[in-house]
Design a protein around this ligand. Structure first.
Ligand code: HEC
Ligand code: HEC
Ligand code: HEC
Length: 318
């Protein structure tokens, strides 16, 4: 990234006024994020992003706002032990709003001078922290709660514009990374022969009925749903909308376009050996299918979306 966007300020200060406030309150918001884990270092370097040491950056920002703000709020994305350490080592932090990869939302905790509250994952909830002061203006209690941002609550237009823009920028970076990954992938997978998957078209040669149903179903076009929403590279989505993600199958849409969509083997499992010897493998298939498929299906697919029957042809027990 270049220009101003590569150097976002480490903090912003907002001045809050209100009938119940004796005087305007200056609140500094300082953002820190965990450094990338070691195994991601190369990918971060390739992305063009630079991640500075969060401790030093946070401390420098706190020193800078010392005379400019009355309340210091740190917005952080850090693991629990690290966020606790941040609070212990910095006496000037009043509130930390934290989130981490687990997406867990524990109860607020006081560590050193800081109240640590947790933001719910993926902006699906609005966190509301209210603090109350006594007659002398000293904070004496707080309430913290979450409001679900469901379809009843319209998007805030400013925020929606920011997330749409962020999604575009992330998509561009991910596109570039996927292309690089695809180049490496195609160099080491010049033929499909080592893949455990044979793909739906192969199954269709013998199972024409199932193939015809599948082609008309949304399963055969499941990846398009991610494209229209710019989620093509989101690992939270692609597992269910492709074949064999993280299981020797789908890598990304540039490297493995043939493994996009929910294919026969998304539910039936890799079947290269069945194709090689359909009859020999049939006993095993029959034995495994009800168990294996019901578990996979609970995860991968709601059966009712096969359109030609209106209802499932797949619920029959073997
Ligand atoms: C070369 C032809 C051929 C190909 C290709 C093939 N199958 Fe089969 N499949 C068969 C035969 C033959 C049977 C046994 C049918 C029977 O006994 O009713 C069978 C049975 C099955 C069954 C069990 C059906 C039942 O009635 O118990 C499933 C499930 C299945 N195949 C899935 C697949 C999938 C998924 C693929 C693609 C990965 C695939 N097959 C590819 C020939 C094939
Ligand atoms: C656990 C599996 C799973 C995950 C994870 C998943 N999906 Fe899906 N998705 C499904 C299933 C199953 C359907 C079809 C059933 C339905 O419409 O409810 C579906 C349907 C959809 C549809 C509607 C498809 C259409 O053509 O109308 C969209 C859009 C969609 N998913 C987007 C996403 C996005 C975006 C993500 C990631 C944030 C995601 N999905 C993650 C399983 C999943
Ligand atoms: C969304 C999950 C899912 C997908 C995708 C899927 N199947 Fe199935 N299939 C099942 C389940 C579950 C059953 C077993 C339940 C049943 O017998 O009705 C089944 C049953 C079958 C059978 C046995 C049917 C019978 O009447 O004996 C065959 C053959 C088969 N599938 C082949 C395929 C082929 C070929 C594809 C791809 C073109 C495919 N399936 C895609 C879930 C799926």
């Amino acid at each position: 990234m270049d220009g101003a966007s590569s150097q976002p300020g480490p903090y912003v200060i907002r001045i809050v006024t209100g009938k119940r406030l004796a005087r305007p309150v200056r609140i500094a918001f300082i953002g820190v994020s965990d450094a990338a884990p070691d195994e991601m270092k190369d990918r971060v370097a390739a992305s063009g992003f630079v991640i500075n040491d969060p401790f030093l950056t946070g401390q420098a920002a706190l020193a800078e706002v010392a005379d400019k703000a009355d309340v210091n709020v740190v917005v952080s994305f850090r693991s629990l032990p690290r966020v606790n350490k941040l609070a212990r080592l910095n006496d000037d932090i009043d509130v930390i709003i934290n989130s981490d990869e687990t997406g867990l939302v524990p109860d607020p905790v006081q560590v050193n001078n800081a109240l640590i509250v947790f933001a719910a994952k993926e902006t699906k909830h609005l966190g509301e922290l209210r603090v109350y002061t006594d007659a002398d203006g000293v904070v004496d209690r707080f309430t913290a709660r979450y409001v679900e941002l469901d379809e009843v609550i319209p998007d805030e237009p400013g925020m929606a514009a920011i997330t749409a823009q962020a999604r575009r920028e992330i998509d561009e970076v991910q596109n570039r990374m996927a292309e690089a990954e695809a180049a490496v992938y195609s160099a080491s997978n010049s033929s499909n022969a080592s893949s455990p998957f044979v793909l739906s078209d192969t199954c269709g040669k013998c199972h024409q009925t199932e193939y015809a149903i599948w082609r008309k179903s949304l399963h055969s076009n499941a990846f398009a749903a991610l494209e229209t929403r710019r989620r093509t590279f989101d690992s939270a989505c692609i597992g269910c909308h492709s074949l064999g993600f993280q299981k020797q199958g789908f890598v990304n849409i540039k490297a493995t376009p043939h493994l996009a969509n929910v294919q026969c083997e998304s539910c039936h499992g890799p079947r290269r050996c069945h194709v090689a010897a359909p009859a020999a493998e049939i006993t095993r298939l029959r034995r495994e299918m009800p168990v294996a498929s019901s578990a996979t299906i609970a995860q991968t697919a709601r059966i009712s979306i096969l359109p030609n029957t209106g209802q499932s042809s797949l619920t029959r027990t073997l």
